[in-house]
Design a protein around this ligand. Structure first.
Ligand code: GLU
Length: 479
């Protein structure tokens, strides 16, 4: 039975890199009918971010990556790690280290000055059993370190990268248990992966340097290691470095707030290091589950392309069921202090869905479905309200015709407008553009007559009257 886990440290919010790791593990579990476990690696108390645990869970839920077990908190399992490390000490595979932080700092400084690689000099590794016992009895603070082999090689096969060989002489006697009794990442991670029956470890490639220690720990405990697969790093759009806040949004909840659909972000992240085997880009979740496996996960760095994600989001917006889209847009309207009957939200969604790329843009470009425009687009004003007197006059004529319309539908509105333009000897645009500006405040937008029908007689006529008054005032001002 496949069992995988996502094991974030709550040192920050869920970012897209973490989300991709979670997604790949989740897809892998679903593909193989296995289980996906959430484990919070919260043993580094100095780097704890208060609401990170909440943010990570919310982010995963929003992306639809529900876990089957957990969250398991490592901070609640301290005695387990301690028992395990004691076993290693008893077997001579780990040892207490009494070196003070001051000594270690001085050592590092010395190594730096001598141009040597900084690392622990193993001073306490060779203490006699009696001396160890004496110092422990005396209550001397100490850490527990792993006694790594001094020679030879540690080999491990990464499912994506093949065999990786580490020279043991390059390794350090890493700390397993800190003096405060908390385990380090390495110890807790390996113990838990084993105890939780994890079969595959899929994680970011920044953990490759930790790999030899993990393999040595598995050997020390006499356990079978899981399959390791280290995922490619995510680079900035220009490929010059790791993706970071400098390049744009990186946290999952930020994308949520910006009006991205979880389906789109999920789809985008899935392709950031994996491909379905053909050049398809829009995949349903079912397809992803069916096709996802390690053999098509790449190791080459992946660039985070914001434009592509935005495009994908727009595709999902175009394809989404209308009622569902209405439901998704609602919170954004509320947040902007806008509200209206479902009918208006539906009309907005129908008319704008092909023109917006995010849910937030519905609000940005569709306010006029809920409130009269409070200002006119400055460029639009320059172009279409340039001759206020003439425009006001035309709008007045149009208004009187539209007031008399029996049916306020797109067809009648268009017919009357075009007839008037002809009578006046002007192009239809000389009426269409000012009307759009008057009714929406924008220079561009969806097909005008359909829009006017959706907004309805009352709103449209009121806004045209208001624009006429505004234009008249302009004229008065200029005189
Ligand atoms: N706690 C580690 C992290 O934050 C987990 C790495 C791993 O998956 O082993 O990424």
């Amino acid at each position: 039975m496949v069992r995988v886990r996502f094991a974030p440290s709550p040192t920050g919010y869920l970012h897209v890199g973490g989300a991709r790791t979670a997604l790949y593990n989740w897809l892998f579990a679903r593909h193989h009918g296995g289980q996906f476990i959430l484990r919070i690696e919260d043993t580094d108390r100095t780097r704890f971010v208060e609401d990170a645990v909440e943010d990570i869970q919310e982010g995963l839920r929003w992306l639809g990556l529900q876990w089957d077990e957990g969250p398991v908190f490592q901070s609640e399992r301290l005695s387990i790690y301690r028992e395990h490390v004691e076993r290693l000490v008893a077997e001579g595979k780990a040892y207490p280290c009494f070196c003070s932080p001051e000594r270690l700092e001085a050592l590092r400084e010395e190594q730096r000055r001598a141009g040597k690689r900084p690392g622990y000099d193993r001073k306490c590794r060779f203490l006699s059993p009696e001396e160890r016992e004496k110092r422990i009895q005396a209550g001397e603070p100490h850490t527990i370190r792993l006694a790594v082999p001094l020679e030879g090689e540690t080999r491990v096969v990464d499912a994506l990268r093949g065999e990786i060989v580490f020279d043991n002489r390059e390794l350090e006697d890493i700390i397993l248990l800190k003096s405060d009794g908390f385990p380090t990442y390495h110890l807790a991670n390996v113990v838990d992966d084993h105890l939780m029956g994890i079969t595959h470890v899929m994680r970011a490639d920044e953990w490759i340097p930790s790999l030899p220690y993990h393999v040595l720990l598995y050997q020390a405990f006499g356990w079978e290691p899981p399959v390791f697969a280290h995922l490619p790093v995510i680079l900035s759009p220009d490929g010059k470095g790791k993706l970071s806040k400098r390049h744009g949004a990186t946290s999952v909840r930020e994308f949520q707030r910006m009006g991205y659909l979880p389906e789109a972000l999920r789809n985008y992240l899935a392709l950031l290091g994996w491909s379905p085997g053909d050049d398809r880009e829009i995949l349903t979740l079912e397809e992803m589950i069916r096709l996802f496996d390690l053999d098509r996960v790449r190791t080459a760095p992946a660039r985070f392309d914001y434009q592509k994600l935005l495009w994908m989001n727009s595709v999902y917006i175009q394809q989404m069921d209308e009622e569902e889209l209405v439901r998704r847009v609602r919170p954004f309207l509320e947040e902007a202090g806008l509200s209206g009957p479902d009918e208006d939200v539906r009309a907005m969604v129908r008319l704008l869905r092909d023109r917006v790329k995010t849910l937030r843009e519905f609000v940005e470009f569709g306010r006029y479905f809920f409130e009269d425009p409070t200002a006119y687009d400055p460029d639009g004003e320059k172009k279409h309200f340039r001759d206020p007197q003439a425009v006001a006059e035309r709008l007045r004529l149009l208004l009187s015709r539209w007031e008399g319309l029996e049916r306020f539908d797109a067809e009648s509105l268009e017919r009357t407008l075009r007839a008037l333009a002809e009578e006046l000897g002007v192009k239809a645009g000389a009426l269409i553009h000012p009307v759009r500006l008057a009714v929406t405040g924008f220079r561009v937008g969806p097909s005008l007559f359909i829009l006017l029908e959706a907004l309805g007689r009352e709103r449209v006529l009121r806004r045209i009257r208001r624009a006429i008054a505004y234009l008249e005032e302009k004229v008065a001002h200029e005189l």
